[in-house]
Ligand binder design. Structure first.
Ligand SMILES: Nc1ncnc2c1ncn2[C@@H]1O[C@H](COP(=O)(O)OP(=O)(O)OP(=O)(O)O)[C@@H](O)[C@H]1O
Ligand SMILES: [Zn+2]
Length: 466
């Protein structure tokens, strides 16, 4: 069987979000060769910095492309904004075949026609007003300098059928599709057009994209058929929706991949979460890309919208943090955090991070609690500590002096001296030592807090009555 070529074709109009990333991921998993193409025809909204950002995001996720641009400098191989001459050739071909024609209708005229059709209960589509203008009339209007779009002449008697790899058989009647614009009045190519042409010219055999594009597909198939260009297989995957039920979008401020990276999410966590959103894997373990690829089956992609749930992402993040190698985890920490962790406690601290933190920010908070004097107790926490009474802390200081290196012995000593047990023992101790009522095992805290600091924290509560 010949190699399957897939592509990701974003418009660089904002930072990519989880919805885009999932489409990119499944495209990368669902092909042998993965292509990146930049659809920057919207000159007003496209920006070079977004190209650089999206390349960075894809590489970070591990979704490097085998064919596509290497840098953010536009070139005619991969940037649609530079492929005008190529598109011009195909416009000419269509016009020569009589399969495309200039339309001089103004936006106002089109709007009026739309309203009239809606008013009489018909679905709005182009009326075909310019479909049969005589050649000399067209010439005259061009000479007058009238702006024209180029419309594709839809074969009204044709039915377009295709087998969507996710959604099954699809059928669209030509008579339901009005002649549509393939070149705007300003000369720029319409999405349907350049997207379909480029898929064909780049040898894409499987187009895996969001179902927002499903209705575009019959138009694209008509264009390809009219130009004798090869048609790819299509797979329209469900969109990821947010808590509000609306699809994630660059326009509605959905959390970007860049933001997730900056918060400290591991790419493995993002990728594993996305891979399970609308696709079933037998394994519930954190899988690397090769394993995700091996387990990927396009027939396992669900059709219903997939809701993004941050608790799922955090579940995978927990697995990624727990599974991270020492060196990876160490460099994942903020520089300021690394600066306060003593060498002797590095390994112990990383263990503590693995079982207690999801983000570098949380690790930083624990590093400060353990290795600096910046401890501030909120009023309710201080109240818990105080409730144990002065005698408890005096006993704790004695026990700590007696067993500085042995937490079990310290605890036994404290129990014996104070008579406290259970939560009356652990809660005040935690509160006084860490300013928190939960967190890492007390044994680890006891071991990592340096002894003068430990004593100072216990002593804080010994003169409460003064
Ligand atoms: N919420 C989503 N869930 C899954 N895929 C999506 C989602 N939004 C976009 N995509 C897919 O991402 C790919 C790139 O699309 P594009 O660059 O146009 O992004 P977009 O987020 O739709 O942009 P915009 O917000 O500007 O419409 C397309 O295949 C599109 O179908
Ligand atoms: Zn017209």
């Amino acid at each position: 069987m010949s190699a399957i070529k897939t592509r990701f074709a974003p418009s660089p109009t904002g930072l990519i979000h989880l919805g885009n990333a999932r489409t990119a991921l499944f495209s990368a998993l669902g092909g042998d060769v993965f292509v990146l193409r930049i659809e920057d025809t919207d000159l007003e909204r496209s920006r070079a910095e977004f190209v650089a950002e999206l390349m960075n995001d894809l590489r970070w996720l591990g979704l490097d492309w085998q064919e596509g641009p290497r840098g953010a400098e536009p070139d005619p191989d991969w940037y649609q904004s530079r492929r005008g001459e190529i598109y011009a050739t195909y416009y000419r071909l269509l016009e020569e075949k009589g399969l495309a024609y200039p339309c001089f209708c103004t936006p106002l005229e089109l709007e009026v026609s739309r309203k009239v059709q809606l008013g009489s209960g018909r679905p709005p589509r182009y009326s075909g007003r310019c479909a049969h203008l005589p050649a000399d009339e067209v010439r005259r209007r061009h000479e007058e300098g009238l702006a024209a779009t180029l419309r594709f002449r839809v074969p009204k008697d044709r039915v377009v059928e295709f087998e969507d790899e996710v959604r099954g058989p699809q059928r669209f009647a030509g008579e339901d599709i009005g002649d549509f614009i393939i070149r705007r009045a300003d000369g720029s190519p319409a999405f349907f057009f350049c997207n379909a042409i480029d898929d064909a010219l780049m040898g894409i055999t499987r187009v895996l994209r969001g179902e927002d594009h499903l209705a575009n597909t019959p138009r694209q198939l008509m264009i390809l058929a009219a130009l004798d260009l090869p048609r790819p297989r299509y797979a329209h995957i469900s969109l990821i929706v947010g808590d509000d039920g609306a699809p994630l979008s660059k326009r509605n401020g959905s959390r970007s991949i860049k933001q997730l990276r900056e918060e400290g999410y591991f790419p493995e966590a993002v990728v594993n979460m996305l891979a399970r959103l609308g696709h079933h894997y037998d394994s519930a373990e954190l899988l690397g890309l090769p394993a995700l690829r091996a387990g990927f089956d396009i027939r396992r992609l669900g059709r219903s919208p997939a809701r993004f749930d941050v608790s799922h992402l955090d579940h995978w993040q927990g697995l990624a943090v727990r599974g991270a190698a020492d060196d990876t985890l160490w460099h994942w920490l903020h520089t300021e955090t690394r600066a306060v962790v003593p060498d002797a406690h590095r390994a112990g601290f990383l263990d503590l991070v693995r079982s207690n933190c999801l983000f570098p920010k949380e690790a930083d908070a624990w590093a400060r609690i353990l290795f600096t004097d910046e401890l501030e107790l909120a009023a309710d926490i201080a109240a818990v500590a105080q409730a144990a009474g002065e005698a408890f802390y005096l006993a704790a200081i004695d026990a700590a002096t007696e067993s500085p290196d042995d937490f079990a012995a310290f605890l036994a000593g404290l129990k014996r001296r104070s008579g406290a047990k259970g939560k009356h023992l652990f809660l005040p101790l935690r509160a006084a030592l860490t300013g928190s009522l939960d967190g890492p095992e007390l044994a680890k805290i006891y071991q990592m807090l340096d002894k003068p600091r430990l004593h100072r924290r216990l002593a804080e509560f010994t003169y409460e009555s003064e």
